[in-house]
Design a binder for this molecule. Structure first.
Ligand code: FAD
Length: 501
């Protein structure tokens, strides 16, 4: 690793939001390092980071009920919500730094203010939401949260959902006006445009086939150039495997012991998209409900206003699906070829343990359009089938590994960084909360892989992300300051006009 001080060669595999973020951080911290990106497709952000392949929620734990569990004593556990909120604040700060320094332009093309709401019905769920609201509204990170069970107030907030709703049983919602809709596709493209204009070589149509550690502790990366039909070999001091669903195979090829015993389980997503402009304009929020019993956390149903390009859209979902591919553009052999002698027992244990998930996925795959419309009608009671089309979203690969708490073959629902070989390689696996927390996750990569540089980088990291190294929840003044400065930089301050009719 001696050559890292000067002329450090960095290879980033994949041109999604994760590589975009790591590349952008490195360009600020170590501008002289040589950074090369290999992307197998012809463009940036075409897999999970693409705007049509994810839900575009700036996950700050303002509306996702699965981030706040009820403990056995009836109190609400806010720890996960606090973590995710603080991580999203780090993303906002880094994006603001890039905007303020002219490295990202027109922030409204990638982030917009949009209320985040949680909506529940039935007595038990309403009691849970009220308790959750009481706990969250006392926390400085969730200031401004509103709660209502009043049908008239709810009609004001969510007219489309409340119209023609059966009035039997209680309905309640919380609302946070500081929520955001994020176009991660646009953000990835903007970050890569900036990187390419700053000496970062992005090689499209280049698929990484293999990577081996050399005797001198560096890496030899074999890349297939599809346009010229030839194999190239590139050397690197540090490799980041940001291949999304493609990362697991590459981690296995790297041969690092930290990658052994890890498996992956693909879950695909589908959304219903509204094609009726009159319906689209009547809704202006991200409204998250409660996951059905037995459903995995990524299947929480939500009705989302989205801003994609100049257009306002309305999406409902996600519905889960099953495909053995690890990427939308992957191969039908991805799942089977990821099973290795070192993870087969873990995979089999997960198979036996996760029968309810398998059952749930089969039910989801077999759903007819009318059954999907019925799920949507829980949100929009008078939704018409002809107003909605089905679109296929991105592919997630959930990590399966042995853990102390869960035992052999435990399915993980978070984002995981696996690093090894003296910090010369890191791979990103898993999905949720994913893109929203990319800055925190990539700073974690820096800490794991470049500990020797951290003292020198710390002042710059604090300039880019003022809350770096601090627990925001313990510092209400800093929360307020960050909220103000990032809202201004990202153009989130102006009240949006509600287009309701
Ligand atoms: C249905 C769904 C909804 C989601 N909703 C949200 C949300 O609302 N909010 C949120 O924050 N996150 C959400 N996520 C998660 C988020 O989309 C991901 O965490 C994030 O986009 C992952 O970024 P990435 O850069 O790791 O991967 P990707 O964007 O998938 O990029 C990986 C890139 O690597 C390339 N690649 C793969 N293998 C190779 C190879 N061998 N050689 C060269 N290139 C390769 C691929 O072509 C691709 O371009 C959602 C995900 C899904 C699937």
């Amino acid at each position: 690793m001696s050559s890292r001080e000067t002329n450090t060669n960095v290879i980033l595999i994949g041109a999604g939001i994760m590589s975009a973020t790591l590349g952008s951080l490195l360009k600020e911290l170590a501008p002289d390092w040589n950074v090369t990106v290999f992307e197998k497709l012809g463009k940036t952000g075409e897999e999970s980071s693409n705007e049509w392949n994810n839900a575009g929620t700036g996950h700050a734990a303002l509306c996702e009920l699965n981030y706040t569990k009820e403990k056995s004593d009836g109190s609400i556990d806010l720890s996960k919500a606090i973590n995710i909120n603080e991580q999203f604040q780090e993303s906002r700060q880094f994006w603001s730094y890039l905007v303020n320094h002219g490295k990202l332009s027109n922030p409204q093309e990638f982030i917009r203010p949009l209320p985040h709401m949680s909506l529940v019905w039935g007595e038990d769920n309403v009691n849970f939401l009220k308790k959750r609201f009481d706990a969250m509204s006392q926390n400085p990170l969730f200031q401004g949260m509103e709660y209502s069970e009043d049908p008239e107030k709810l009609k004001e907030w969510i007219p489309l959902i409340m119209k023609d709703r059966d009035s039997h049983g209680p309905v309640a919602a919380t609302k946070m006006d500081t929520g955001t809709d994020v176009n991660f596709g646009s953000l990835s493209r903007k970050m890569f445009e900036h990187l390419e204009s700053n000496d970062v070589e992005v090689k499209y149509h280049h698929s990484v086939k293999d990577l081996k550690r050399t005797r001198d502790g560096n890496w030899e990366v074999k890349v297939f150039d599809a346009k010229n039909d030839k194999l190239e070999v590139r050397k690197a001091d540090f490799v980041f495997v940001g291949g999304g669903g493609g990362s697991l195979h590459l981690l296995q090829k790297s041969g690092i012991p930290e990658g052994r015993g890890i498996g992956g389980f693909p879950v695909s997503g589908q959304f219903m998209v509204c094609n009726n402009p009159d319906v689209i304009k009547k809704h202006e929020a991200k409204v998250y409900g409660k996951a059905p019993v037995g459903a995995p956390p990524m299947s929480v149903p939500h009705l989302d206003t989205r801003y994609i390009g100049e257009e306002k859209s309305l999406l409902f979902g996600p519905f889960a699906g099953f495909s053995p591919k690890f990427l939308k553009t992957g191969s039908m052999l991805d799942l089977i070829t990821s099973v290795k002698p070192n993870n087969v027992l873990t995979m089999l244990a997960a198979g036996a343990k996760e029968m309810p998930l398998t059952k749930y996925l089969i039910q989801q795959v077999l759903m007819s359009k009318e059954q999907r419309m019925e799920a949507l009608r829980e949100f929009i009671p008078n939704a018409k089938s002809e107003d909605w089309d089905l679109v296929v979203a991105g592919q997630r690969v959930q990590v399966i590994k042995d853990t102390e708490e869960g035992g052999k073959g435990t399915l993980q629902f978070g984002t995981e960084v696996v690093s090894g070989a003296n910090g010369s390689i890191a791979a990103l696996l898993g999905a949720s909360p994913g893109a929203s927390t990319a800055v925190h996750v990539m700073m974690d990569v820096l800490e794991k892989c470049f500990p020797q540089h951290m003292p020198e980088w710390e002042p710059k990291l604090k300039e880019m992300v003022p809350s770096y190294g601090q627990a925001l929840v313990e510092n209400p003044e800093l929360i307020e300051e960050i909220h103000q400065t990032t809202s201004r930089a990202l153009g989130l301050v102006e009240e949006k006009e509600l287009v309701l009719s």
